[in-house]
Design a protein around this ligand. Structure first.
Ligand SMILES: [Fe+2]
Length: 550
């Protein structure tokens, strides 16, 4: 049933303390228990044997779509879904128009929901926008591979949403019963979608599945690999991080199972468009612009990757990406809920610092600072609090370089402690000199605590924004954190692919620079849907096109 008035969600607030706490909890649980119980094995035992899905007999041009990182705010998720679902879409690049058709298949390339996978989040953030987009239109067969965000509940909600053909997805048929699959396409193209759990190895039933598929291929078969993350970028950007070595899984399948090289790799995970190509014309495409916040394209530098792959196309361009970093100065306005955390941290720090200060200690700022530092050394509770704040900031500095983590984390913590001290000092001056309350009285302490709590929120959030700006703009670090903070819903993109009668595979990368912000309820063939009602929104346009010849 289509809901008349769906809940149109805003972009995930990654710095909302509740989202932070719950994400941290799920990541920890899935990393601990995910390694001890592999849902793919249980799924393989419980479900029917799965063969490849055969579309090779389709006549004429065969169109299919690929979108990844999709279920976030309504505006970008629905804008992409609606453009995908239009029966025909004409897109322009440099004045030349290209007519494209909606796909017979829709491949969802990973991270089908944010911030974590629950039944409700899949329904409101992913399925509802797609159901409204396909309302009154022809519906493709939907296939999905899980990304890290789908894995955070050990794939329970993902399996319910995509691996039950009797249920379907958003009114579209689904056929897979496992989290990996093979599709036989026309002209001897094969699409192989791999599930790597959370960066782990391949499981045995998955290897057997692909071995069986390989037996039914002939020597002329051409392979498209869909993988959950762009290891070709990650292994290069973080060379000392063992998890990102692009060796074991896909290379094992290519060389040992299929005995041939893939012509095309597709992935999402990083929320932008980048195409890399080598001298043999093999394409590696990162296309994660299906709905989630934008990632930076200017850092890290991915122009030349290992094994001779060179960057051929990028969206949005580096200049745009660099310019967007400035928005971190608006951090408190973009992430208002983040303030709760700083309100708490700042008032606790000020409370502990002021607890042991006498009236004589606060005659001026330098005296108060030296008294507060003395107190931190002499008072174990005060000292432990400061050490845990610094340790906490180092622990939560998520970067792959240890020196940056320690230096950056400690510097960031000291900035906040200094700010907390200054805010506390300001509150003291305000309450004793302006409000004329007696120092140390209950009224003065409570009023001063309230002032620190109220001011701590925007000041702390602003310092975090400045820290993220400096990290990404000057040092090229914290790409994820410094852009998830911006919650950018624009610069969305996906891929439309066509296999023509000559067996040529053409890839169209299509983008929407600015997604609509306002929508109008409509009916299409009697089914409720929405139409964009925003003159400032941009039409889908072609950003890249590449042909793979037989
Ligand atoms: Fe993602």
């Amino acid at each position: 049933m289509t809901q008349e008035k769906p809940r149109r969600r805003s972009m995930v607030g990654w710095y909302d303390p509740r989202v932070l706490a719950h994400s941290g909890y799920l990541v920890a649980i899935s990393n601990i228990f995910g390694r001890h119980s592999d849902t793919r094995l249980i799924e393989a035992l419980a479900s029917q044997p799965q063969n490849e899905f055969d579309y090779s007999a389709a006549q004429g041009d065969f169109w299919f779509d690929y979108a990844a990182d999709i279920g976030d705010g309504w505006n970008p998720t629905f804008a992409v879904a609606d453009a995908l679902a239009r029966p025909e879409l004409t897109v322009e690049k440099d004045g030349a128009a290209e007519k494209t058709q909606s796909g017979r298949l829709l491949i969802l390339g990973g991270d089908e929901v944010y911030p974590y996978p629950t039944r409700t989040e899949y329904e409101t953030r992913t399925e509802t926008p797609y159901r409204h987009a396909f309302a009154g239109r022809s519906r493709p067969d939907v296939f999905a591979i899980p990304g890290n965000h789908d894995w955070y509940d050990s794939l329970v909600a993902f399996s319910r949403t995509f691996c039950r053909p009797e249920r379907g997805f958003a009114g579209c048929p689904t056929r897979q019963t496992r989290s990996y699959f093979a599709i036989r396409l026309p002209a001897n193209w094969w699409l192989l979608a791999i599930d790597l759990q959370l960066g782990a190895e391949l499981d045995e039933p998955q290897v057997q599945y692909f071995q069986n598929v390989a037996r039914r291929m002939d020597d002329a078969a051409r392979l498209i690999f869909c993988v959950p993350e762009p290891r070709w970028i990650l292994e290069d950007a973080y060379p000392r991080h063992a998890n990102y070595e692009e060796l074991t899984s896909t290379r094992f399948l290519e060389e040992k199972v299929f005995h041939r090289k893939a012509r095309l790799f597709l992935t999402g995970d990083l929320h932008f468009y980048k195409r890399h190509e080598n001298a043999e014309g093999i394409q590696k495409i990162t296309s994660g612009g299906g709905g989630a916040f934008l990632h930076p394209t200017h850092a890290p530098d991915t122009k030349h990757l290992r094994q001779g792959f060179t960057e051929r196309a990028v969206y949005p361009d580096e200049k745009t990406s660099r310019g967007l970093c400035w928005r971190n100065f608006l951090f408190p306005f973009i992430n208002p809920k983040s303030g709760w955390l700083y309100a708490f941290l700042y008032s606790m720090s000020a409370w502990l610092a002021s607890a042991s200060l006498e009236r004589a200690d606060i005659i001026d700022l330098p005296t108060a600072l030296s008294a507060a530092m003395n107190a931190a050394i002499r008072d174990p509770l005060n000292g432990m609090w400061l050490v845990s704040i610094i340790a906490g900031f180092i622990f939560f500095t998520d970067t792959h370089v240890r020196s940056w983590r320690i230096l950056g984390g400690a510097f960031h913590a000291v900035l906040h402690l200094a700010a907390a001290f200054l805010v506390g000092w300001g509150a003291l001056q305000l309450t004793t000199k302006v409000f004329d309350l007696s120092y140390g009285s209950i009224a003065q302490l409570l009023t001063s605590g309230l002032v620190v709590f109220v001011l701590g929120a925007p000041v702390g959030a602003f310092i975090l924004g400045v820290y993220l700006f400096v990290s990404i703009r000057i040092f090229g670090r914290h790409g994820n954190e410094a852009f998830s903070s911006l919650r950018i819903q624009d610069f969305k993109q996906w891929l439309r692919l066509r296999i023509d009668a000559a067996g040529r595979l053409t890839i169209y990368a299509i983008a929407i620079d600015r997604v609509p912000r306002r929508w109008r309820s409509e009916k299409r063939n009697g089914e409720p849907t929405f139409e964009a009602d925003d003159r400032r929104a941009s039409a889908p346009r072609l950003i890249d096109k590449v042909e793979l010849r037989p």
